[in-house]
Design a protein around this ligand. Sequence first.
Ligand SMILES: Nc1ncnc2c1ncn2[C@@H]1O[C@H](COP(=O)(O)OP(=O)(O)O)[C@@H](O)[C@H]1O
Ligand SMILES: [Mg+2]
Length: 222
Amino acid sequence: MLLRVRNLKKVYPNGTQALKGINLEVREGEFVGIMGPSGSGKSTLLHIIGGLDKPTEGEVFLFGKDITKMSEDELAEFRKRRIAYIFQFYYLLEDFTVLENLLIIAEMVGIKDKERKAKEILEFLRLSHRLNHKPYQLSGGEQQRVAIGRALITEPKLILADEPTGNVDTQESFRIFELFKKLNKGGITFVVATHDENLKGFFRRIVKLRDGKVEEEITQPQ
Ligand SMILES: Nc1ncnc2c1ncn2[C@@H]1O[C@H](COP(=O)(O)OP(=O)(O)O)[C@@H](O)[C@H]1O
Ligand SMILES: [Mg+2]
């Protein structure tokens, strides 16, 4: 099991109970959707799974290790080359070009032959004509593809995406999901949070959240 979440609870300092005992398992190679209305706890769950926030109670086993017990330093080292995160708002480095955005991450996580790999990835993402552009010169969809490129250059086993298509039109969101499916076939496990019902059909398995709880799990024929 790549991910095992046990009785996960999160109470924010202001008293909001965002997660009320979540259980979830994801096997290697899966493409899982976390769906549910706004406020149901999708982002909180993804943040905790990705080690960006700590739960109030419960366990998160990733690759067999309980990440809730790790220190910040241990966690940072553990995440490297294993887990990548894609957000709704791309969080690109605005002063750097598309290519540099990938190279800086590659340098940070210690990827060899990074220029060749970055160019390969950007070609796969249909961004070869944008290598020397800065983020502000790109469309929303292109910026999100750069963010995907930043995830891919770290060679992750697991990609966590939180409303990755929240800022692009329907056509572009389908393209992004097609890309995800291709990468998933190549062996990367995906856990994707979205409230967009139009994207339902892409998932083999959907975990539906409501009010901080798993309301139901749906497995769809593909
Ligand atoms: N930092 C925070 N502090 C307090 N409450 C929060 C915080 N982040 C989220 N919440 C609350 O927790 C609940 C779940 O939010 P969230 O995980 O963002 O849901 P979703 O991603 O499904 O919209 C909501 O009631 C939200 O208002
Ligand atoms: Mg959210």
